[in-house]
Design a binder for this molecule. Structure first.
Ligand code: GLP
Length: 241
């Protein structure tokens, strides 16, 4: 695993954007796997700026998002659809038909998951997957457990994740408890993975990622089995011990 320790979140965001730029330069019609959360926000800002400056062209790029909440209106301010359109898609020249985000409101969630998995394969697989990490070591919404799903599936969110997400919702009872997420196999099939992390709160998860042991109780640790992972974190998230 390649590790890039940055002095702060700004530098982490620049390094992340550079990885995407390199992928797009090598393959203008590449397939990007994208993440939500506060971690990749600065990277998305850099990508929007680079597009505006004319150094990036998303016209042939396809995107697949990692996950989406279930039973939350796509137009809700907290849906991942809203997040992606507000922070990236509305500001770059990606074609609408090339954007894929799981439909968390689907009446037939299992079919939605199967179709999502198929669509990734039909697109030729993911060239570069961007990941943030949950405080408990989850990736996408693959939560710590005794076993993990391989493919895209519906999952219950853990209390830690529900509590972490509560800050975005007005009422506690509005916080979603289920989501559709790519599975560990979907993520591991990506040809390259970049993991972004900043801040002290991610240190334990990064320690597990670098530990030399894998456990489904810390899903991010499984990335050690992937041949092409780049960890980009700031000094606060990097465990020096
Ligand atoms: C959610 C997303 C994850 C993301 C995580 C971390 O749980 N499903 O993909 O990595 O949030 O969020 P943040 O970047 O805000 O710490």
């Amino acid at each position: 695993m390649k590790v890039i320790v940055c002095k702060d979140k700004e530098q982490m965001s620049v390094e992340g954007a550079k990885q995407i730029q390199e992928c797009m330069n090598n393959k203008p019609d590449c397939v990007l796997g994208l993440a939500t959360g506060s971690t990749p926000l600065g990277m998305y800002e850099n990508l929007c700026r680079m597009y505006k400056e004319g150094t990036l062209d998303f016209s042939k790029v396809k995107t697949f998002n990692l996950d989406e909440y279930c039973d939350l209106d796509v137009a809700d301010k907290n849906s991942y659809h809203t997040f992606m359109f507000e922070n990236l898609f509305s500001k770059i020249n990606v074609s609408k038909e090339n954007i894929h985000i799981p439909d968390g409101e689907s009446k037939d969630a299992n079919k939605e998951c199967k179709d999502y998995e198929k669509a990734i394969v039909q697109a030729g697989g993911i060239d570069l997957q961007v990941l943030g990490i949950g405080r408990n070591g989850h990736i996408g919404f693959n939560e710590p457990d005794e076993s993990l799903f391989v493919e895209t599936h519906v999952t219950d969110l853990t209390q830690t994740t529900i509590d972490d997400n509560a800050r975005f919702f007005e009422k506690k009872q509005d916080v979603p408890t289920k989501a559709i997420t790519m599975g560990m196999g979907t993520i591991m099939n990506a040809r390259k993975i970049i993991v972004l992390a900043n801040g002290e709160g991610k240190k334990d998860a990064i320690r597990a990622l670098l530990s030399g042991k894998v456990t489904t109780n810390v899903p991010v640790s499984l990335l050690q089995l992937h041949p092409n992972v780049v960890l980009i974190c700031d000094e606060a998230a990097y465990p020096n011990d």
